[in-house]
Design a protein around this ligand. Structure first.
Ligand code: GDP
Length: 445
């Protein structure tokens, strides 16, 4: 599917990062180089790939990453944010005229998906409570009017076209008349389908520009086939110069395109992507969300939210409190248990991730945590008295035996737990004095 290779390449890049705690400048450089290569291979325009990787590099070397509890995740966050940025940032909705009808003009090369889009838009608008009128201003292609008639029927929308048998009408006149017709018949949106050519040509561009002047559209949507590859930017710029457009529609995102067009066009033209088309059916269409598309490219699903949850489970305030306890030797087995229980939250996170598609990479990093281990620890600590939990030195041989029996464990289990606790406390005391607190038993994720 679109972005498949790019997603895989980025996932691979991040997998390498995840095994690292602190990131060195050369880690960052290596990652950024991989990202840039992945983008170029996905047909992203050279300038876009370059700017993107430069920005990611600068940010990844900056303080936000250095100070992060988890630098690798922070880098993923940055890449995600920058992807959202080149995809246009905020979602941009279709603009409607204050005084109907709202006029939407479609432009793009032949085969880009304009006529199909006209039907999709009409159906979608009707569902939103609008009354769309489809206008056949593509009088170049012999079949265009018939094809628009078919999609109009499928969409349950009205169509405005030159009378058959009247010879070939003038598309500018047809477009102009359609607005008056819509006003008279109270259609509140007019979708003007225009002619395309297989390549950009002056005559077609001039006709589109004249239609534009005649109908004074609220939106001009430039439809681009996501499979276009490296030509996407040149085509988009030609249409921007020739007709100008207010928004972009990416079509055929369901195909095997490498995704470069999607990633280049918005940032190279400064025009937002408003819709995405994902199939031949009229329902294969949706408003475009830069953030969702970025998540899809990173194959993270809702993983960033999950990461945030994991991060907040170990939020800085909590970490500071724990560090304080270590530093002052007041960290108890109860605290240890609390920490372990937080790890268990990570465990359920792991399960949750297992259920989401494409989560393999993320799941792996949590595989180091054994949930049964936490359950055992819990059982042992809960069999201790309050005093023992605060001061494990009270745990003599016979108490350890009793605790082992009480929790269904062996004395060795109890001994190991106490030893681990003491070791962790000692280590953490050092760490706490030196600064960055870590959760015992939790390596860099
Ligand atoms: P136009 O020349 O710009 O009007 O393009 P059409 O609307 O006629 O579309 C050209 C071809 O692409 C048709 O066969 C459509 O069925 C197909 N098509 C349009 N949009 C999509 C899409 O999002 N996904 C896929 N797979 N095919 C599409």
């Amino acid at each position: 599917a679109t972005f498949g290779t790019l997603s895989d390449r980025l996932a691979e890049t991040f997998k390498n990062l995840r095994t690292k705690g602190k990131l060195s400048a050369s880690d960052v450089d290596g990652t950024v180089r991989d990202i840039r290569r992945a983008l170029l291979e996905a047909d992203v325009a050279f300038e876009v790939a370059k700017t993107f990787s430069t920005t990611v590099r600068e940010r990844a070397l900056g303080d936000e990453v250095n100070r992060a509890l988890n630098p690798a995740q922070q880098v993923v966050q940055i890449v995600n944010e920058e992807l959202v940025g080149i995809l246009g940032g905020q979602q941009r909705r279709l603009e409607f005229a204050k005084n109907p009808p709202t006029v939407i003009m479609l432009a793009g090369l032949q085969g880009a998906g304009k006529t199909t889009l006209a039907g999709k838009l009409a159906k979608w608008l009707a569902k939103e409570g609008h009354t769309p009128l489809l206008v056949a201003a593509d009088l170049q292609r012999p079949n265009a009017v018939t094809q628009l008639g078919v999609v109009a029927e499928q969409a349950g929308a009205a169509i405005f076209a030159p009378e058959p048998g009247n010879g070939v009408g003038d598309p500018v006149t047809v477009a102009k008349n359609s607005i008056k017709y819509a006003r008279d018949k109270q259609y509140d949106t007019v979708i003007v389908d225009t002619a395309g050519r297989l390549g950009v040509d002056a005559e077609m561009m001039d006709q589109a520009a004249r239609i534009r002047r005649a109908v004074d559209p609220d939106e001009v949507l430039f439809v681009i086939d996501a499979m276009t590859g490296q030509d996407a930017v040149a085509t988009a710029k030609a249409f921007q110069d020739g007709v100008d457009f207010t928004g972009v529609v990416l079509s055929k995102l369901d195909g095997d395109a490498r995704g470069g067009a999607a990633l280049s066009v918005a940032s190279m033209t400064g025009r937002p992507i408003i819709f995405a088309s994902t199939g031949e059916g009229l329902d294969d269409f949706e408003p475009f969300h830069p953030d969702r598309m970025a998540s899809r490219i990173l194959d993270l699903g809702d993983i960033l939210t999950l990461i945030e949850q994991a991060q907040s489970a170990f939020d800085e305030e909590e970490a500071r409190k724990v560090a304080e306890k270590f530093a002052t030797d007041t960290f108890t087995l109860d605290d240890f248990l609390t920490q372990m229980q937080q790890l268990r939250n990570m465990g359920s996170l792991k399960k949750m991730m297992g259920m989401l598609p494409g989560m393999g990479q993320m799941k792996q990093q949590l595989d180091g945590f054994d949930e049964r281990e936490i359950v055992r620890t819990e059982a042992i600590i809960q069999s201790m008295t309050r005093a023992e939990r605060v001061n494990p030195k009270l745990l003599n041989g016979s108490r350890r035996l009793r605790i082992a029996r009480g929790s269904g464990m062996t004395v060795t289990d109890v001994n190991q737990l106490v030893a681990r606790f003491e070791q962790a406390a000692k280590m953490m005391k050092t760490v706490a004095k030196g600064g960055v607190p870590q959760v015992p038993g939790m390596g860099p994720v």
